[in-house]
Design a binder for this molecule. Structure first.
Ligand SMILES: *[C@@H]1O[C@H](CO)[C@@H](O)[C@H](O)[C@H]1NC(C)=O
Ligand SMILES: *[C@@H]1O[C@H](CO)[C@@H](O)[C@H](O)[C@H]1NC(C)=O
Ligand SMILES: *[C@@H]1O[C@H](CO)[C@@H](O)[C@H](O)[C@H]1NC(C)=O
Ligand SMILES: *[C@@H]1O[C@H](CO)[C@@H](O)[C@H](O)[C@H]1NC(C)=O
Ligand SMILES: *[C@@H]1O[C@H](CO)[C@@H](O)[C@H](O)[C@H]1NC(C)=O
Ligand SMILES: *[C@@H]1O[C@H](CO)[C@@H](O)[C@H](O)[C@H]1NC(C)=O
Ligand SMILES: *[C@@H]1O[C@H](CO)[C@@H](O)[C@H](O)[C@H]1NC(C)=O
Ligand SMILES: *[C@@H]1O[C@H](CO)[C@@H](O)[C@H](O)[C@H]1NC(C)=O
Ligand SMILES: *[C@@H]1O[C@H](CO)[C@@H](O)[C@H](O)[C@H]1NC(C)=O
Ligand SMILES: *[C@@H]1O[C@H](CO)[C@@H](O)[C@H](O)[C@H]1NC(C)=O
Ligand SMILES: *[C@@H]1O[C@H](CO)[C@@H](O)[C@H](O)[C@H]1NC(C)=O
Ligand SMILES: *[C@@H]1O[C@H](CO)[C@@H](O)[C@H](O)[C@H]1NC(C)=O
Length: 750
């Protein structure tokens, strides 16, 4: 049966929806979270009940209370479960855990497995971040309604850390009805990419692993059959695998059947800094093949809860076979969906570096490739290597004492707390969104503030516990609700549990008020689009307008700038030009016109804008302002607008309406001048100076004088055709003629 079949991707609620803010997957997220929990539900026509728990790390390091009680263990482990875990863990000490890093708080069991590293060609090892673990409790085989709860003090190990190749010699117990299978089938890998890759018994080659964009998943089956006598034997002979590993029957000498524990450990290989540099993946026990993967289990269940859960949620009578904790009432009672924040990784009990980039594997273990099993010599530090010390840790995570009051200083010097920004609106951008970094192990408020300050960003913000965001301005269309949503910024910082690092889709925002701070002018990293909710629109805002049907909404004149602000567009439209309306578009464009063109209409007036539809971009010259959107304009009214008019008189010169230009010579033949800042006054003054009775303005910039109108040339007096007149470049409230058209002025006296 299908152990080597690909597991079915899990469709149900997963933690990612809570932590990532629902942003598109092509954006960078710090939190790599349980992207695809899955279970090998390979039995046709056999409705097996089960439950599954998501888990985060609770301790990382060379701790192994089963194999090396009280001591530093040979290789480093990734532990999930009871927080009181340590070198001396026992059933009763686990029960005393403050919390579990797995969802179900009545299970304080510990589950541990090796750490995965990526070894760069220069020899150093980079920890592959933990992408979350999932522990399944499955009822399997014909005896599945008669499961035994784990006894107090029970522990076991599945897998063999020395193996470096696949060897199908050792088999599970079986007979002709229930045939056995190779014991090494207990371990398997799956590549989580767009398509779930096929399971493999060993680690795949590096380039294939690198394609596992949603993680490399190691999965292991535990033994489900017990001899009924021994809580633990160092050769693990107190337990045995089911005949078909994840199904079948127990051997006669191990007649007691437990729930079948199946564990998936997700390694976030896509977060390795440079995994295409020719390096390799290596497990912490020096295993470059993956065949040595193993896992340990130490029971820490509240036995009455386990008993009830087995009866009610893991038997063929169970109505529900979804696996979801919420569907199992007894487990749901202690379900904590915020498990990874409420029970974060504890300070290391072993004083040696295991996270990030390290020079040697913890314990200086040699990397081996098999096929023969690794020996003890491969697994130990050489003589003369200083052993790390065991630090007694207190299993108590202090609760955050400090959320700064809004406006108060917090963190690095000069930084003030602005509040908890609500990033749930829209699908793209956040309260701050120019630059981001993530640190799943040591993020603190101070670290984020330093990161942003160093790069010239005044504002820093923490989100989802581990993400840091920087910006030169607070996104004006993100809602910063200083009081109501404070409780949403409730995730402890992994680097300092007494501080808060935002929340799922909520950002704790800080402002660096250092008077000597010099902000960056390089905004190339910054994003103009943003989430929307009441924006700081300037005075006289009319709303967000759509473009016209056959052209621009405002078609008078336009300019664009990498330094666009509402103020500079206003100046351009009102002082430099004389238009009734102006609008900002696409972050950097300013448009002016006297009316919205046909088809253009106000689509919102800041009540309920929609991302990607309404005005949702920041101005290139001022990130605190909104400059329209894609195909939308933030439109303003020039309330001081005065429509241009034909100037009725200048001094003793009176308007004589308009004159068409002569067809065989100029209408005014005395003298002429032109000026790029022509006004009616300028022209009249010029003609008076030349002692001429007529002054005529043409084509905006030209001024003609004469003592008579040369009707012989074909010139003709007409009512001014307003649509053909041009504004005077020196005074937009006046007209200065048009093409072959003069604004005519006359004075009988000089
Ligand atoms: C497989 O394992 C058996 C039992 O440990 C051993 O005797 C045998 O040599 C192994 N085969 C190979 C090819 O390593
Ligand atoms: C097979 O089992 C024997 C006895 O437990 C053990 O010594 C040996 O290492 C195992 N071999 C493999 C390949 O698992
Ligand atoms: C195989 O083992 C099962 C469980 O012990 C038993 O019920 C069955 O009768 C056995 N089958 C044979 C053919 O021995
Ligand atoms: C990644 O590795 C390649 C190949 O060794 C190297 O050329 C490149 O500089 C590395 N990049 C980084 C960011 O370390
Ligand atoms: C573990 O137990 C031993 C024996 O009781 C004790 O000496 C040691 O301090 C304990 N270590 C820790 C880290 O609690
Ligand atoms: C956050 O914003 C969204 C969208 O505007 C809103 O539905 C939600 O109620 C807000 N949350 C809080 C806690 O204010
Ligand atoms: C943790 O945060 C608190 C509150 O900001 C601060 O007082 C303390 O110094 C920090 N601890 C460390 C180790 O940085
Ligand atoms: C941030 O601090 C600067 C400098 O003190 C100040 O000018 C600015 O108004 C502050 N920003 C906010 C949103 O309070
Ligand atoms: C941007 O505009 C502001 C004010 O309008 C001005 O002070 C600044 O020098 C301009 N910057 C650039 C790069 O043009
Ligand atoms: C320009 O806009 C005006 C309204 O101000 C409109 O009457 C005119 O048709 C528009 N011109 C074009 C070419 O769209
Ligand atoms: C905004 O638009 C809504 C819906 O069209 C309208 O009811 C409301 O009066 C407008 N408010 C303002 C200030 O224009
Ligand atoms: C613009 O403001 C002027 C002066 O207040 C007003 O008369 C005019 O109706 C406004 N235009 C629009 C489109 O609201």
């Amino acid at each position: 049966m299908g152990l080597l079949q690909p597991s079915r991707p899990w469709q149900r609620r997963v933690q990612i929806s809570q932590d990532s803010g629902g942003y598109p997957t092509n954006m960078f997220f710090g939190r790599f979270y349980l992207a695809a929990a899955a279970v090998a539900l390979s039995h046709i026509g056999n409705v097996d009940a089960f439950w599954r728990m998501n888990c985060g790390a609770v301790q990382v390091g060379r701790v192994d209370p089963i194999v090396n009680p009280g001591a530093v263990s040979a290789h480093a482990h990734l532990v999930v479960g009871g927080s009181n875990f340590g070198v001396n863990s026992t059933y009763s000490s686990l029960l005393n855990s403050q919390c579990s890093s797995c969802e179900v708080q009545s299970d304080k069991s510990a589950y541990w497995s090796p750490l995965l590293y990526y070894q760069h060609p220069n020899g150093s090892f980079e920890e592959v971040p933990h992408g979350g673990s999932v522990v399944y409790y499955l009822s399997r085989g014909p005896n599945q309604d008669n499961l035994t709860p784990f006894p107090k003090g029970f522990q076991m190990i599945s897998g063999d850390k020395t193996l470096r190749s696949y060897n199908d010699t050792n088999l599970t117990w079986g007979n002709s009805t229930y045939p056995p299978r190779p014991i090494q089938d207990a371990v398997q890998y799956a590549c989580l990419s767009e398509v779930l890759g096929p399971g493999t018994p060993g680690l795949m080659n590096t380039s294939y692993v690198n394609t596992c964009v949603n993680g490399l998943r190691a999965q292991i089956h535990f033994q489900s059959c017990w001899d009924g006598k021994n809580l633990y034997k160092s050769d693990n002979s107190h337990v045995a695998y089911l005949s078909d590993m994840d199904n079948g029957v127990c051997p006669p000498d191990h007649p007691y059947q437990f729930a079948h524990i199946f564990m998936e450990v997700n390694y976030a290989v896509s977060q390795v800094s440079n995994n295409t540099d020719g390096g390799q993946y290596v497990f912490s026990m020096g295993d470059a093949t993956g065949y040595g993967f193993h896992a340990d289990f130490q029971n820490g269940w509240d036995s009455s809860v386990l008993n009830q859960a087995l009866k009610n949620c893991a038997s063929t009578d169970s109505v529900d076979s979804s696996g979801v904790i919420q569907d199992c009432p007894i487990l749901n009672q202690s379900d904590d969906v915020q498990y990874s924040f409420n029970c974060p990784e504890r300070p290391a009990e072993i004083s040696e570096p295991v996270h990030g980039m390290i020079a040697k594997l913890p314990g200086c273990i040699t990397v081996t490739y098999g096929p023969e099993p690794a020996t003890a010599a491969d697994m130990e530090c050489g003589a003369g290597i200083k052993q790390p010390t065991i630090v007694k840790t207190v299993d108590s995570v202090p609760l955050p004492t400090s959320t700064a009051a809004v406006g108060a200083y917090f963190g690095n010097k000069y930084n003030t707390y602005l509040g908890c920004g609500n990033d749930t609106y829209g699908s793209f951008m956040r309260t701050l969104n120019a630059l981001t970094t993530t640190d799943t192990a040591s993020m603190t408020v101070e670290l984020c503030q330093s990161y942003c300050t160093k790069r010239g960003y005044r504002y820093s913000g923490l989100e989802a516990g581990t993400q840091c965001w920087c910006d030169v301005a607070v996104n004006p269309t993100a809602l910063l609700n200083y009081s109501n949503v404070a409780y949403q910024c409730d995730h402890k910082c992994p680097g300092n549990f007494t501080e808060y690092c935002g929340g799922g889709q909520f950002m704790s925002v800080y402002n660096n008020t250092d008077p000597s701070f010099v902000p960056t002018t390089d905004l190339s990293n910054s994003v103009y689009q943003m989430t929307v909710t009441p924006a700081p629109y300037a005075k006289n805002y009319l709303g967000c307008a759509s473009e016209g049907t056959n052209g621009r909404a405002l078609n008078g004149t336009t300019y664009s700038s990498t330094n666009m602000t509402i103020e500079s567009c206003a100046k351009f439209a009102t002082v430099t030009n004389n238009y009734a309306l102006y609008g900002l578009e696409y972050a950097n464009q300013c448009w002016a016109g006297n009316a919205l063109a046909s088809g253009s209409q106000i689509i919102d007036n800041l009540t309920a804008p929609v991302i990607g539809v309404d005005c949702d971009m920041r101005c290139t010259g001022n990130f605190s302002e909104v400059c329209g959107g894609f195909g939308t304009l933030s439109v303003y009214n020039n309330t001081g607008y005065k429509a241009p008019a034909v100037q009725a008189s200048v001094g003793k010169y009176l308007s004589k309406k308009c004159l068409t230009e002569g067809t065989s010579g100029r209408a005014l033949q005395g003298t002429m001048t032109s000026n790029p800042s022509m006004t009616v006054d300028m022209c009249v003054k010029y003609c008076l100076g030349k002692s001429m009775h007529y002054a005529g303005l043409e084509y905006g910039t030209q001024c003609f004088c004469g003592n008579s109108v040369a009707t012989s040339a074909g010139a003709k007096a007409i009512d001014c055709p307003m649509q053909d007149l041009m504004l005077c470049p020196g005074n937009y409230y006046q007209y200065c003629g048009g093409s072959n058209l003069l604004n005519l002025y006359y004075s009988s006296t000089l």
